[in-house]
Write a new protein. Structure first.
Length: 874
RNA sequence: GCGAGAGUGGCGGAACUGGCAGACGCGCUGGACUUAGGAUCCAGAGGAGAGAUCCGUAGGGGUUCGACUCCCCUCUCUCGCACCA
């Protein structure tokens, strides 16, 4: 054993050992309890970053811990390999996306292995491989058969100069992120997945997501956005047309003073003569700052009171939600009020607060005018709360909450409309005008129309010989070999769909792919096979990833799971039982007023080395290249090794919180490992004096009696640490406190001097325990030292240690004595004292006696083994 | 605006169902060993005070023998959604 702790050497040694023995390969063992531990797979961007390190360190601790607890652990890794950066690299550097991607995968895989993560690489997937994406196509066909995949035209972000569709994230202030030209809304035929069909189910399913963080569940619910209301028709005066509106507030129907249509509403073509005016409204569509409207010259009839109210086109009304038309109630909706004030439209109050109108209300300007309830030009704030109806026909006097139901019922009975439910959730547009993605398996034939690619022709393979120019749209458009195809229906000439799928499709089911051994992905036989690997491995017990996927990826995965359940491919509703969203990795930024963000080495003594100005320090932000506050995992490993990198990223903060990177803190973690190394090294050759900790209880309980106080204390500390580390991991994965407990144990080991064989046994078992507890966090050094004290590898095949409750208990405890809630004395007393004995001890303390004096004792509260509080009269 | 969460030393963060606030680590201070210390080891430390003691978990109120923890109000910050009728 070397004197000096050399992480490079030992880490490579043990990584080789693990890999050669195939220690982390997993096979199905029926009857043995399984644990599926999954971390979100990375996009192969080139190199791993600290966010990956943290995410995968968390997952690896859980996987290693569960293995030691005896579970059959599935812990796979793969690559979310389709996507834009590869295509951009092709355009910029002339490298084929496939080459770029696979080279990145090779490098990143080495990095992950260098971190010592315990993956079963035998199940690795790359979504860009035909064996993988053929199942995207297969699922698509199944969904197409069921009407869950369909085609319609819709508006997309279009860059005229790049000739391509842009995702919303690629539009920055209305301009293309690449060429800065203005982005247009263009109507294109697109493929959609009918996720809205599952809106209700996905919402109800949220109730079952008890192992998910509340905020993620809330975000999912919010995104689905269910709201109940009424749809009803308002006839247009003098025309044989009706306007269908949706409202969640039928209780305000008597307060409707105008109708607003979305700028894209189909009726507007008939109603509006002033096309230029309509264009002005359209131009403001979707822009929040100011509402723009146009009077159509027509009126609608409110079926509740037969009032004639004007019809407007209004920029703020969304075509995509509800019916694209609303009744406007300016008295009780702020947006309607803003619009009414701008265009001088009447405001009617039909609901007042139950406990009366407050004085100086901006809502009700003077009580006298409330009574007539007609018009209030001075109202500047709409009353959106609950209250009592006024001026509302036969419903006047009802509470708004009851009126909603009563009026909805009335509307249904009179046949004026019906109760409906609306969702914010939209169908998922999956078409991308890109090369590097899964081809959509559809053929367009002039005779037969839209024809799905027959199942036996899958996969539709991406052609490799295409050119990447960055212009003229997707390279697939210029690949004649790809496009030209015979129609599977009539055999005549036809052409392929050239759009590819959104990469979120790839990641919606990859957790199912891992259930199969590499190359054996097969969903066709799963339907019938009782011994399906999916049945054994799913669902995922623990999923770990960033919150940035709280909605899209997680919702899509849930959607896919529901669809596959309806296709009889899986037999459960929810894929992820527990979800942990780890916080971001952040670091201090340094900013110079002249030169912007600086690297740490560009600033010395708080001055910029370029210009000598004072720099701004202290803002802690998410690591990003542009802010120059990133830490490169490669450097970190070279300097301290993977064990330190892992340990620090788990120690600095609980996993769900943001982690502030600190170079000093890393040093601290490194020091700790060095100290542990030092202890083992110091007694090199002497460990044999101590007995191994195999049959712990049999050895320890008897020897405990004859131990010196220091040895007994170390033995207790050891058992207390097992308990603390175990419960910290089990309960919410509080690795930071688990590691703190381990540090305490190691510190106590460091100061312990064994003087007899029994004491050697205590020390050896304490160190062994520390190594076992440390092994999920910093596995390499744990292996090395485990071997160094005379055990046979591998430590990761050992069982997790158990604590002995008797040995956790302290013999003597410090009793806190309070008088009227203030600490007045601390007494060392034997543990387990009775209440009476505690009272007596406390009352006989000289200091306590002095404080109490002649005052009378009202009551004494005792918390056994902890504290006593004497309440006296003052 | 709506929804979710957070506020504790100089810093990251501990404190299980109400029971010693500040574990562990960083930084800091003093000391030892050193040609040297940005290595290592030992000791110290929330603030105020010479002291007994007092004050301290964003601020204010409440419940309680006892509150970081429970209840009410206010403030600040972070995140998500945002004209969703």
């Amino acid at each position: 054993m070397q004197e000096r702790y050399d992480p490079q050497k030992i880490e490579l040694k043990w990584q080789k050992y693990w890999s050669e023995r195939g220690l982390y390969k997993t096979i199905i063992e029926p009857g043995r309890e399984k644990f599926y531990c999954l971390e979100m797979f990375p996009y192969p961007s080139g190199k791993i970053h600290m966010g990956h390190v943290r995410n995968y360190a968390i997952g690896d601790v859980i996987a290693r811990y569960k293995r030691m607890r005896g579970y059959n652990v599935l812990h796979p890794m793969g690559w979310d390999a389709f996507g834009l950066p590869a295509e951009n690299a092709a355009i910029k550097e002339g490298i084929h996306p496939a080459r770029w991607t696979y080279e990145n995968i090779d490098y990143m895989k080495k990095q992950l292995n260098r971190m010592g993560f315990s993956y079963d690489w035998g199940r690795e997937v790359a979504t860009c491989s035909p064996e993988y994406y053929r199942w995207n196509q297969w699922f698509f066909l199944k969904m197409f058969e069921r009407g869950l995949a369909y085609r319609r035209s819709s508006f997309v972000n279009w860059c005229e100069s790049c000739m391509t569709v842009l995702a919303n994230e690629q539009v920055i202030d209305g301009r293309c992120w690449r060429c800065d030209s203005e982005v247009l809304q263009r109507e294109l035929e697109q493929w959609f997945f009918r996720i809205t069909h599952y809106a209700e189910e996905l919402l109800e399913g949220c109730e079952g997501l008890t192992g998910w963080p509340d905020n993620v569940v809330a975000m999912q619910k919010n995104w689905i956005g269910r709201s109940e209301g009424v749809e009803m028709d308002f006839p247009i005066a003098g025309m044989d047309e009706k306007i269908r509106i949706f409202t969640t507030r039928p209780d305000t129907l008597w307060g409707a003073t105008f109708i607003c249509l979305a700028p894209g509403h189909p009726l507007l073509d008939k109603l509006v003569a002033d096309k230029g005016g309509l264009d002005r409204v359209k131009a403001r569509y979707g822009k929040v700052e100011e509402k723009e409207g146009l009077f159509t010259g027509h009126y609608a009839i409110n079926p509740m009171n037969n009032e004639k109210i004007p019809i407007y086109a209004a920029s703020f009304v969304l075509m995509e939600y509800g019916t694209g038309a609303i009744m406007s109630v300016p008295g009780h909706d702020q947006r309607d009020l803003d619009f009414a004030r701008k265009y001088g439209l009447p405001i009617k109050v039909v609901i007042v607060p139950e406990d009366g109108v407050p004085k100086k209300s901006k809502i009700f300007w003077g009580n006298s005018s409330v009574a007539d309830g007609v018009e209030y030009s001075s109202i500047i704030e709409a009353f959106e709360g609950e209250g009592v109806l006024i001026n509302s026909g036969q419903f006047t006097g009802l509470r708004s909450i009851d009126a909603r139901k009563a009026i909805a019922k009335y509307i249904e009975e009179k046949g004026l409309g019906k109760v409906t439910i609306n969702y914010k959730l939209r169908d998922w547009g999956i078409s991308r005008q890109r090369y590097w993605g899964t081809p959509i398996p559809i053929i367009y034939c002039e005779k037969c129309g839209i024809v799905p690619v027959p199942e036996e022709d899958l996969p539709v393979i991406l052609p490799e010989d295409v050119r990447f120019t960055g212009r003229g749209g997707s390279p697939l458009l210029n690949s004649e070999d790809f496009i030209r195809v015979n129609c599977p229906g009539c055999g005549g000439p036809a052409r392929r769909e050239t759009d590819t799928m959104d990469t979120f499709v790839d990641s919606s089911w990859y957790f199912l792919a891992y259930c199969f051994e590499r190359g054996n992905i097969d969903f066709k036989s799963v339907i019938s096979d009782e011994r399906s690997p999916i049945k054994y491995w799913m669902p995922v017990e623990q999923y770990i990833g960033g919150v940035e996927h709280a909605v899209l990826h997680l919702l899509y995965s849930r959607f896919f799971t529901h669809v596959l359940r309806d296709l009889d491919i899986v037999d459960f509703d929810e894929p992820f039982s527990r979800l942990l969203t780890q916080g971001m990795v952040c670091k201090e930024t340094i900013r110079c007023p002249e030169h912007g963000w600086l690297f740490p080495e560009e600033a010395k003594d708080n001055t910029c080395l370029h210009c000598g100005r004072e720099v701004m320090r202290g803002r802690v932000e998410k690591m990003s290249k542009s802010k120059r506050n990133v830490v490169d995992p490669d450097h970190l490993i070279r300097k301290y090794g993977a064990d330190t990198a892992r340990l620090f990223s788990l120690f600095a903060a609980p996993p769900e919180k943001d982690l502030e990177w600190s170079d000093r803190g890393v040093e601290g973690a490194y020091r700790f490992l060095n100290r542990l190394w030092g202890i083992v090294c110091k007694y090199k050759g002497q460990w044999i004096k101590g007995k191994r900790g195999q049959k712990r209880q049999e050895i320890e309980a008897p020897i405990a009696c004859g131990l010196s106080p220091a040895a007994l204390s170390l033995l207790r500390k050891t058992h207390q640490t097992i308990k603390r580390v175990t419960t910290d991991i089990e309960r919410e994965y509080h690795f930071n406190t688990a590691i703190a407990a381990l540090m305490e144990l190691v510190n106590e080991c460091a100061s312990f001097q064994p003087r007899s064989d029994d004491e050697w046994s205590v020390l050896r078992q304490s160190i062994e325990t520390a190594l076992l507890l440390l092994s999920p966090f910093s596995p390499h050094i744990a292996e090395e030292l485990w071997e160094a004290i005379g055990n046979t590898p591998s430590i990761s095949e050992q069982r997790w240690p158990e604590w002995d409750d008797e040995l956790v208990k302290e013999g003597e405890i410090e009793l806190v004595v309070q008088v009227n809630g203030r600490v007045r004395a601390r007494l060392m007393v034997p543990a387990g004292l009775s209440e009476d004995a505690i009272k007596e001890k406390a009352l006989s303390d000289e200091k306590v006696k002095g404080i109490i004096g002649i005052k009378s004792i009202r009551k004494i509260f005792v918390v056994r083994d902890r504290l006593v509080n004497i309440v006296i009269n003052n």
